[in-house]
Write a protein of this length. Structure first.
Length: 230
């Protein structure tokens, strides 16, 4: 189900989102993600939901501003591209909530509320962001990943490395724990390096994971970065 017609192209490596807006239809897009559009589509940037919610999105890895695009008078096409190479997934909210990794938001219907959920020490000890984005309401939402997105239906318990989580439905409970068999030395390495800790989900719902981890890629390319000599 979708209120806004869309096509996801070049998935899963370099996915881009093509939105077909009806006349006078509006969509919310992460600031800076617009790649191209018809000339009669108008854009407004604002702190949606007020300053405090905007600041909350900043802490969640998103921009303070969301861009609002409206096809004025007639239908038009809008192309949206996430900041990192990877996949894009569509989800339709029906009054429920969806938790999305920080920096994963791409676009949504204006009827969808984008907010943050504080993880507290769960986020600190997982080596991940302290915040998740929380999408609520009714309408379309698109989110992105680094690498391909894999959808996993969970019924019971399921374990995922914290660095691979993209999104999950609010019907799933979760807790962060140490991967079994790790020594204290490895645990200490895990806290500061983001490895060895997993998220244990329980309940019934959908979970989306990514096929690659951005922090691992950054660690891989770091030795090849040019260093300025004194």
């Amino acid at each position: 189900m979708s209120e806004i017609a869309y096509t996801i192209e070049h998935s899963p490596a370099y996915a881009s989102l093509q939105l077909q807006l009806k006349a006078n239809q509006t969509v919310l897009v992460e600031s800076g993600a617009m790649a191209a559009m018809d000339a009669w589509i108008k854009m407004k940037s604002k702190v949606r939901g007020g300053l405090m919610k905007g600041l909350g999105r900043m802490l969640g890895g998103e921009s303070l501003f969301l861009s609002e695009f409206t096809a004025e008078g007639k239908s038009g096409e809008l192309y949206v591209s996430p900041g990192v190479p990877g996949d894009i997934q569509h989800y339709y909210l029906e009054g429920n909530s969806l938790m999305v990794q920080s920096s994963g938001f791409v676009a949504a219907s204006p009827s969808v509320e984008i907010d943050t959920k504080f993880q507290g020490f769960k986020g600190f000890f997982s080596g991940e962001s302290l915040f998740l984005l929380k999408a609520t309401g009714r309408g379309d939402i698109w989110f992105s990943s680094f690498g391909a997105i894999l959808e996993i239906p969970v019924s019971g318990e399921y374990v995922v490395d914290t660095g691979y989580i993209v999104a999950f439905e609010d019907t799933l409970n979760y807790k962060v724990e140490v991967l079994g068999g790790l020594s204290f030395k490895n645990l200490r390495t895990s806290i500061f390096g983001g490895e060895g800790l997993v998220c244990r989900f329980s309940g019934t719902g959908k979970l989306w994971v990514q096929s690659r981890q951005l922090s691992s890629f950054i660690n891989f390319i770091t030795p090849f970065r040019p260093v300025k000599s004194n």
